[in-house]
Design a protein around this ligand. Structure first.
Ligand code: BES
Ligand code: ZN
Length: 947
């Protein structure tokens, strides 16, 4: 077991600082979100043979059949284009006691080509009748239907061939308020008296509007919607638009709430919410009514998001130069929510933890995440809602841009978070972590069957797209980038677009061929590493730069991919300036940087704005070390350099000893993010050492104590006045590392803080709380475990609940872990949306890893059932967590074989899961590889360190 290789990035709302969770033993490959179809082929030869590597590459990249069997021949079909909806009138009458709803949907359809059949999506609905009105005023005529349950398509037989014309389809149906967090579903919570309550809300993206009413459920079919909800009188009913009327039913028990007509929009953006809700409200400067809705008792925790969202709407109005078109925008916190948040137009839904903040209790990291999530969803109101991708292949057009805009907004409006520093780790490094795998996929990813969709909401679609946008923004300059986006949004508003349309708009704004520059980044998977060497020529420095695809295992790129790489250069005499700019187009090119003194260092990728890594000659790297040590080199560059080195560890091109040397020269480092990059390398050292021998592990720990001790002593545990928001996070990181390295005084101090908190009520600073819980769980056995369990049971605050759970999952004692899993999964004491946290800390011990894997294997059937199938992203995350910390070939094979032979999976499931499985297997092999490449290096390093 080599610790967490985190392939599937836990999306941001989920994340706790991953560093604080597993960091000691993790080989973080970081953040791999869900994935797509890929090979599970053979791969049984010994790890080292390079022939095997090529074989693996070829099969992985050609997406060959799974488990040696040909993939099932299921032919996916989209709706035919002979008809399109223009308007829907949707009336739903949900019953929160019976978990069901009755519905009536009238759809105005334009027939564009003569046809005798119309097709719409519907799923898990009991269709009572379908009728047609061909000419207004005619009596509705009942029609026959057939249903394809693989495609979720209802085919409606028309009475005769109808010529192009407008018709109305009327559907009467009954649906279920399910508990799978998709479609129109129910959430459960306890009110203040402890009694069980339900609310109903929706999650329609990507393909779940069809669970609530029959519709043309593809993003291209934009229409207007009139929504009417009939609900119990004491409940609040919400939808995308403002209420235009509320009428009691004749018996007075229910009320009929009608909402204004929406703008033209795609079906996945429709939303409803019904329940006992309370709210706080404000108005934007532009006059939009903003509200935050919660279940009773929590509305005050919405204040932070409410204020920020109002500011955000005004800021985007200006930035995009298009005013938000609806009169209102509600943000609602939903107790059961599978994703982080969802950008329904006018009714944005969030999981509670992604929206609600308690100023004294929420950690800085979590608060900044709330700011990012709020800004992300509101950016979608333009990128996604106003302009929508034609098909899911271009999903990045909304997710990548909403992700970039969230940083633009938070960077400009919440300077206290220093968010661009975090961007590097959370986005750039995360995107590269996944994209360095052979089982990655291009940003523009072919989507055939939307069943594959959940798994492309991943670090490629989010973090890589985001980073590539940032790179382009720097390359074109922000004003030009903004101008291009404004052109794009205006041109395609209330309509749909493809990636090429965006490049055209940016080309128009910049006068450059943006398509030529960018298509390599969005159409090829992977990214380049630049190999640089130099020679001095008088007063000039001549750089030789060669590009090749960065692959985490250090192997060959079967495709010989090339990118157009925007290169910036900075030099020792002016570290913060961009001294020169080049565009690398060929495999290898020479560039001359003028006016560089001999001996002066030269660094590429100034400000780490590019989505590529750089590998320097020894001479070039050594020249930079003094300015890393003195922090004369800017922080974004220090991070980039160290993170590149840490990534190169797995390729075998940089050794752990070289990394430790650079880390040692960073003894005066004072920035949290840079320490994070150093710490990650240290966790790789520990992970490998643990596999070697007890003795080696002990020495490695001693080395780490030696390296971190001074900083730990200087930082102490308590917040000092005048510190910035990063200091407490740094303190938590360094002290947690010392504790994991077995530094007893640090462990004692953490345990004391926990005891004082429980016994005397002495508060633990929110930013060091998870670190504290973790130490307690790892070092105090059943006693600490029980206290954490009690805390989880009694706290009403979600972040604390989650942190206690993550901490408990790091227990080194199997009976306690078994107790935790039983509590969370079998007794269902943990909401399904949060159950993946139980896997999160298990990678920190061999026992935990083994337990989690075995548990997953034994309970896969229940997992599939609970999360709604193999395409559920929650299911896929559990799958990855269950395996990715393993570190040897045997485990890689075992992992793969399990899915090939598992009786609870269908061939379609196997197809859906091929990429997540492929990525996890690759991650396990990378762990193994790191160890083998560094065994003797580590032995020597530890011998020479005079411990
Ligand atoms: N549109 C997504 C939500 C979504 C994701 C729906 C996957 C269906 C499938 C939303 O805008 C989003 O991106 N949410 C993120 C949080 C965000 C801050 C990155 C999420 O839920 O992970
Ligand atoms: Zn999004």
């Amino acid at each position: 077991m080599l610790g967490r290789l985190a392939i599937r990035q836990i999306p941001r709302y989920y994340t706790v600082s991953s560093r604080l969770i597993n960091n000691s033993h993790q080989l973080s490959l970081r953040n791999v979100p869900a994935i797509r179809r890929l090979a599970l082929v053979g791969l049984r030869r010994p790890f080292h043979s390079s022939a095997n590597l090529l074989h693996r590459t070829a099969s992985a990249e050609h997406g060959m059949a799974t488990c040696g069997n040909p993939a099932p021949a299921f032919k996916f079909e989209r709706l035919p284009t002979n008809a399109e909806p223009t308007h829907y009138d949707v009336r739903l009458s949900p019953c929160l006691n019976q978990f069901s709803f009755e519905g009536l949907a009238t759809v105005d359809v334009t027939i564009k080509e003569a046809t005798d059949v119309l097709k719409v999506h519907a799923q898990s609905l009991l269709i009572q009748s379908v009728s047609l009105v061909a000419n207004s005023g005619d009596a509705p005529k009942k029609l026959d239907t057939t249903y394809d349950d693989k495609l979720n398509i209802l085919s409606i037989k028309l009475p005769s061939v109808l010529q192009p014309q407008r018709v109305q389809l009327i559907f009467k149906f009954i649906g279920e308020l399910n508990d799978k967090m998709r479609g129109f579903y129910r959430s459960q919570y306890k009110d203040k008296d402890g009694s069980e309550k339900f609310l109903a809300s929706t999650q329609f993206e990507s393909t779940y509007a069809r669970l609530a009413f029959p519709c043309f459920d593809e993003p291209i079919y934009k229409a207007t919607f009139d929504v009417t909800l009939e609900v119990d009188s004491h409940l609040t009913a919400l939808s995308n638009m403002n209420v235009i009327s509320e009428t009691p039913t004749t018996d007075g028990k229910r009320k009929v709430v009608k909402f204004a007509t929406t703008p033209k929009m795609s079906s996945y953006l429709v939303a409803f919410a019904v329940g006992e809700l309370e709210y706080i409200s404000t108005k934007t400067n532009s006059g939009v009514e903003m509200r935050v809705y919660t279940v009773p008792g929590k509305k005050e925790q919405g204040q932070y998001s409410l204020d920020l969202s109002a500011k955000c709407i005004d800021w985007y109005n200006e930035w995009f130069d298009i005013p938000y078109p609806l009169p209102k925008c509600d943000l609602i916190a939903i107790p059961d929510f599978s994703m982080g948040a969802m950008e329904n137009w006018g009714l944005v839904t969030y999981r509670e933890i992604a929206l609600l903040v308690d100023p004294g209790v929420t950690s800085t990291r979590q608060k900044s995440r709330v700011a990012l999530v709020v800004a992300h969803e509101l950016a979608h109101l333009w990128f996604g809602n106003l302009v929508t991708m034609k098909w899911w292949t271009d999903l990045w057009l909304k997710e990548g841009f909403a992700s970039f805009m969230e940083y633009m907004f938070v960077g400009a409006n919440c300077p206290e978070f220093k968010i661009w520093l975090h961007f590097l780790n959370d986005e750039l490094a995360s995107g590269m972590g996944l994209d360095g795998l052979r089982n990655s996929h291009p940003i523009e990813v072919e989507i055939d069957n939307p069943n594959e969709l959940d798994e492309i909401y991943d670090s490629i679609t989010y973090a890589k797209s985001n980073s590539v946008n940032r790179m382009l923004c720097y390359y074109l300059s922000e004003p030009v980038f903004q101008k291009g986006l404004r052109i794009y949004l205006k041109k395609f508003q209330y309509s749909n677009a493809v990636t090429q349309d965006l490049w055209s708009a940016l080309s128009e704004a910049s006068g450059q061929n943006v398509n030529e520059l960018m298509s390599g980044w969005t159409q090829q998977m992977g990214f380049p590493v630049l190999n640089v060497s130099q020679r001095q020529d008088g007063n000039n420095r001549v750089l030789t730069v060669e590009q090749r695809r960065f692959i985490s295992d250090g192997g060959e790129d079967p495709k010989n991919s090339l990118w157009q790489v925007p290169i910036t250069v900075s030099v020792g005499s002016a570290p913060s300036d961009v001294k020169a700019r080049f565009l690398l187009k060929e495999k290898q090119q020479e560039f001359v940087v003028e006016g560089v003194a001999p001996g002066e260092w030269v660094k590429l990728n100034s400000g780490t704005t590019g989505f590529y890594r750089v590998e320097y000659s020894d001479e070039m790297l050594t020249a930079m070390l003094p300015d890393i040590a003195s922090r004369k080199m800017p922080v974004l560059d220090r991070f980039g350099l160290i993170n590149d080195l840490s990534a190169l560890l797995n390729t075998g091109r940089v050794s752990i000893a070289q990394f430790v040397q650079v880390a040692a020269s960073s003894a005066n480092e004072d920035e949290y993010v840079v320490w994070g990059a150093i710490d990650e390398g240290m966790s790789k050292l520990l992970a490998c050492s643990r596999e070697m021998s007890e003795e080696t592990l002990k020495s490695a720990k001693q080395l780490i104590v030696k390296m971190f001790e001074k900083t730990g002593a200087e930082l102490g545990f308590a917040e000092q006045s005048g510190e910035d928001s990063q200091k407490m996070m740094l303190r938590a990181l360094v002290q947690a590392r010392l504790a994991r390295a077995g530094h007893q005084p640090t462990i004692d101090k953490f345990n004391q803080m926990f005891t004082d908190f429980l016994e005397k009520g002495t508060p633990i600073h929110p930013d060091i709380r998870l670190a504290t819980f973790g130490v307690v769980a790892r070092s105090t056995g059943k006693e600490g475990f029980d206290k954490l369990m009690n805390l989880r049971e009694t706290t009403t605050f979600q972040e604390i609940e989650r942190q206690a759970m993550i901490a408990m999952s790091q227990t080194p004692e199997q009976p306690l872990l078994a107790q935790l899993f039983e509590y969370g999964f079998e007794k269902n004491k943990v909401r399904p949306q949060d159950q993946l946290y139980l896997f999160l800390g298990t990678g920190s011990t061999h026992m935990g890893q083994q337990y989690a894997w075995q548990y997953f294997c034994e309970h896969i059937k229940e997992f599939l059932e609970k999360y709604g199938g193999a395409n559920s992203s929650l299911f896929q995350r559990c799958l990855k967590f269950a395996g990715e910390s393993f570190g040897n070939e045997k485990r890689a094979v075992e992992f793969q074989d399990f899915f090939c032979n598992c009786k609870d999976l269908t061939d379609t499931d196997r197809q859906t899961l091929a990429r997540p499985i492929g990525q996890t297997v690759e991650a396990i092999r990378l762990n193994a590889r790191l160890l083998e490449a560094n065994r003797s290096i580590i032995e020597n390093l530890l011998k020479q360190s005079n411990l």
